[in-house]
Design a protein around this ligand. Structure first.
Ligand SMILES: *[C@@H]1O[C@H](CO)[C@@H](O)[C@H](O)[C@H]1NC(C)=O
Ligand SMILES: *[C@@H]1O[C@H](CO)[C@@H](O)[C@H](O)[C@H]1NC(C)=O
Ligand SMILES: *[C@@H]1O[C@H](CO)[C@@H](O)[C@H](O)[C@H]1NC(C)=O
Ligand SMILES: *[C@@H]1O[C@H](CO)[C@@H](O)[C@H](O)[C@H]1NC(C)=O
Ligand SMILES: *[C@@H]1O[C@H](CO)[C@@H](O)[C@H](O)[C@H]1NC(C)=O
Length: 854
């Protein structure tokens, strides 16, 4: 369930909190109750609000006493122990009521949940119902399943409801555990709101989208906030709301596809002019000051919809409130920016003109729509919102605008707001839907996952790490044909018999069967996180590698989930990806295809296998470079692998390189460095990163340079048996290049087999990768292109030899390096030389859409 969540990013804001800046005209709630459950003590949360302990409080009905049971939060998530009210919980084994004597009128009820192990109780076994007076807020509710499905990943959350309390009524909030189960709550917040903010005293009509009629509701309706978004703007924390402590998220997680329009804050001096229709408590000024528009290129705007999507529960009516405000200087009057509004592909408005609605610049206005989301095959569906320029009235610009939005669920006739629990992990799978839309969709899901990962890395993201015999044979689509003559065509991997639209969840029984109960014979590796087994699934027809997490591994369920989500989204012919996972009986496992040809490393040295031919080595390097290039640039956020080495480059049955083990990967920005504890493998570690702990994509480039030398020289990157100056391959190779003796240290098997032009190119690439300063190293894209070029040089030379001596062996002369490749002696004057890109095209990231979209 994707409800309003307080996530790590907001936690950061809380730490930075000064005093709350409230709108002077904001609302002052008559009732403001903050109850911290499971504790007798009064505490102040980081946002400066005072929470009362519920023990001994007047809100506990005395009849409840025998069932009372409180517990400290177990320190699963180190951050949570700081955040009131998540630090303690109250546990209920039978029906339990909190009674709040409040004034009549509509109230926000916020329920805070942190599903952890309390008093040894398994959070997975907690299912319960929550009622507020005659309304059912939650039913058969599992906080654990809810949090597991959240995106961005979080470990705690709150749900916000609106219930009207009648004259002479109190507000009873009742927790009822399911049979043989238990209920818990970490905190309860009750806040009064203006009488007519969302509901009204009189029957109020709202256009019912697509029914050409109106939907009536008044103060007998209860609601649940499912989304509240500051479109085109920042996260607005509860203390910066208009007095009701609502939280406004930024819209980046919900925007659909690649065309995301333009975000604006046009002027710094905007004063929002609230009106009687849109009073100051409606939404904070910050929501109205920032906007998203389509951009100013008319033909572009006319060809797309500015679109957001929001997963919601099926079978409910939703109130969709759209907030608008024009404060762009260029928009001076009516008929300048006119657009259509579509909700769930139905027309809600054909000619929306904010200036007409508001009456002028800087004047905020909102519009409400009710939309019916029917019962469907699935318990969740996406609610779509799309804007498109409307040209009927020949407006000055072809553009659309939105400042904020709220989506509230309306109760069913029986007074229930409860939806069903999510599956543990939701993987999009609807092959009958338009492929392209799914692809775009998955891309934008990626960005939320990125947010999740950024959230998660604040805590130590101590994840899996070891090489595996893995493979992504889920890869089904063929590489796009070369669009220019120079592009290399690598062998195309075969389609796998596995269905591709899933990241399957395996039961422990399936895994045990696959591995003969983790038989020692099937053990193929082990590392810091646990062991790797070979296994056979689908009646033994498919071989897989199963990474089984050690009990002692400090990887939490959340990191595990993050890894699964990350891996199942990464899909590229040169990356491994996931078949499925297993969380069962306290075990956490990842399932990959088995990599029949093992690691690149084991084909280079200390091996009984035949040495790899030079051309094959080049192709493997190109494949690995493509995989890394995709990690660095193929997604909205850069992913830095951090542990590039020959034992993490795996080889499938067609000898295609698959980069594996993103266990140490970090999300970074391509230019900005991420400060982090140094991780990686000696011999491959970027000296700049090791020294300054500033991680950039160029650190991967360094490690990849070491891989190239390893491939060329057929030796370990660190060999302690060698004499001092030769120990470190990268340093030794650099020295040999300077001395012109590099040819002497190459793998003896390769002597006379490398065309001199190719050799020079290859050495030049490798040398540029391992330069001391990251800024002097090429990007992965450059490396990829140059390696393709090197392969071309080899093939051209081979073809010449073939012409002269058909069927003969190609023998090339030794290459002396009298003119060493340029070492940078002059910092600033030694940029990496960009080769002309005419000879090859860069890797098309369209080949790298997520597996789930196929
Ligand atoms: C509230 O707004 C102020 C002013 O924009 C900002 O400095 C502060 O960080 C915000 N508080 C939170 C908790 O985000
Ligand atoms: C908490 O605050 C309430 C009301 O302000 C007060 O009655 C109560 O004694 C306080 N409890 C503790 C443990 O300080
Ligand atoms: C709800 O609306 C009715 C009129 O339909 C009004 O009499 C009543 O006061 C309202 N109750 C609250 C609590 O606002
Ligand atoms: C915009 O969305 C509407 C409603 O779903 C659809 O009819 C229309 O074709 C879309 N336009 C574009 C350009 O995608
Ligand atoms: C409660 O939810 C769980 C998990 O979604 C489900 O398996 C179970 O059948 C539900 N129980 C009832 C009584 O609906």
């Amino acid at each position: 369930m994707l409800t309003l969540t307080v996530y790590m990013i907001s936690f950061h804001n809380l730490l930075l909190l000064g005093t709350a800046i409230q709108n002077p005209l904001a609302f002052t709630p008559t009732d403001l109750i903050l109850l911290n459950c499971g504790t007798p003590s009064n505490t102040t949360s980081l946002d400066g609000r005072n929470w009362k302990g519920d023990a001994h409080s007047k809100f506990l009905a005395s009849s409840n006493s025998p069932t009372l049971s409180a517990s400290e939060t177990s320190p699963l998530d180190p951050l949570v122990t700081l955040i009131i009210p998540y630090t303690t919980a109250r546990i209920f084994h039978s029906r339990f009521t909190y009674t709040f004597p409040v004034s009549p009128g509509p109230k926000f009820i916020r329920l805070y949940f942190y599903p952890a192990v309390y008093s040894g109780l398994n959070p997975l076994t907690s299912f319960f119902t929550v009622n507020a007076n005659s309304y059912t807020l939650l039913s058969n509710f599992s906080a654990y399943l809810t949090v597991s499905a959240m995106n961005p990943a979080v470990s705690y959350f709150f749900r916000e409801f609106i219930v009207t309390v009648w004259d002479n009524q109190v507000l009873n909030i009742i927790f009822t555990p399911a049979p043989k189960s238990f209920a818990f709550i970490n905190g309860i917040e009750v806040v009064s709101m203006p009488n007519n903010l969302y509901t009204t005293d009189i029957d109020n009509r709202y256009p019912l989208v697509n029914y050409n009629t109106f939907f009536y509701f008044h103060n007998t309706t209860s609601l649940e906030t499912v989304y509240r978004v500051n479109v085109g703007g920042r996260f607005v924390a509860n203390v910066n709301d208009t007095g009701m402590f609502r939280t406004w998220l930024d819209d980046s997680n919900y925007i659909f596809g690649g065309a995301t329009g333009v975000v604006h804050k046009w002027r710094d001096d905007v004063t929002i002019k609230y009106t009687n229709h849109t009073p100051a408590y409606t939404a904070p000024a910050e929501v109205y000051i920032t906007q998203r528009t389509m951009g100013r290129v008319p033909y572009v705007n006319l060809n797309y919809n500015l679109t957001w999507f929001f997963p919601v529960d099926s079978g409910f009516n939703y109130l969709v409130r759209l907030h608008f405000c024009e404060n762009e200087v260029d928009i001076t009057g009516e008929n300048q920016r006119v657009f259509s509004i579509f909700i769930n592909h139905m027309t809600a408005e054909t000619e929306a003109d904010v200036m007409v609605w508001s009456g002028g610049s800087d004047i905020p206005v909102y519009r409400d729509y009710v939309v019916w989301v029917p019962e469907g095959r699935q318990s969740k569906q996406d609610l779509w919102l799309a804007l498109h320029p409307s040209l009927n009235s020949k407006p000055r610009y072809a553009d659309a605008i939105l400042s904020g939005l709220e989506i509230l669920k309306l109760n069913k006739l029986d007074g229930s707001l409860a939806g069903s629990n999510p599956e543990l992990i939701v993987v999009p799978s609807s092959p009958d839907q338009q492929q392209s839309s799914l692809r775009k969709r998955a891309k934008s899901k990626w960005s939320s996952i990125v947010a999740a990962i950024i959230g998660a890395v604040i805590g130590a993201l101590s994840t899996l790490s070891l090489s595996l015999y893995l493979l992504n044979s889920k890869w089904k689509r063929q590489e796009k044909g070369p669009s220019s003559s120079g592009e290399r065509k690598l062998p195309i991997p075969q389609a796998s018999p596995l269905p591709t639209d899933i990241c399957r969840r395996f039961t422990i029984f399936e895994i045990k069967e696959a591995t003969k109960d983790f038989d020692y014979q099937n053990l193929i590796g082990s590392g810091g996180f646990g062991k790797v087994y070979k296994g056979f699934i689908v009646n033994g027809s498919i071989t897989v590698a199963i990474k089984r997490l050690d009990y002692s591994s400090n990887q939490g369920t959340r990191e595990f989930k993050t890894e699964i989500e990350m891996l199942s989204q990464l899909c590229h012919v040169n990356l491994v990806s996931l078949i499925g996972y297993c969380i069962d009986e306290g075990e956490m496992m990842l399932v990959y295809d088995y990599m029949i040809n093992g690691t690149l490393r084991e084909h280079l040295y200390e091996t009984k296998d035949d040495p790899l031919p030079w051309k094959q080595r080049l192709e493997i390097c190109i494949g690995a470079a493509r995989g890394l290039h995709y990690l660095h640039t193929g997604l909205p956020h850069t992913i830095i692998h951090r542990d590039v080495k020959t034992s993490n480059i795996l080889l499938d049955e067609n000898w295609i390189a698959r980069v594996s083990d993103f266990g140490l990967s970090r999300i970074g920005l391509s230019d900005n460095a991420v400060s982090t504890a140094v991780k990686g493998t000696w011999g491959y570690l970027d000296p700049e990163y090791a020294r300054f702990q500033q991680l950039t994509a160029k650190s991967d480039v360094y490690s990849f340079g070491v891989v190239l030398f390893e491939v060329l020289c057929g030796r370990k990157p660190l060999d302690h048996k060698l004499e001092h100056k030769e120990k470190n391959l990268a340093n030794w190779a650099q020295e040999c290049i300077q001395n012109g003796t590099i040819y002497l240290i190459i793998d003896p098997y390769l002597k006379a087999k490398i065309a001199p032009e190719c050799f020079r190119k290859f050495v030049e690439i490798a040398e540029s990768c391992v330069r001391n300063q990251g800024s002097e190293r090429p990007t992965m894209q450059d490396v990829m292109g140059e390696l393709e070029f090197a392969l071309e040089l080899q093939e051209t030379a081979d073809a010449d030899k073939e012409r002269i001596n058909p069927g003969g062996e190609y023998v090339y002369p030794e290459v002396s390096f009298n003119a060493p490749s340029p070492r940078c002696t002059n910092p600033g004057g030694c940029e990496f030389e960009q080769v002309s890109t005419s000879g090859y095209t860069s890797w098309d990231t369209n080949n790298a859409t997520p597996c789930s979209s196929q």
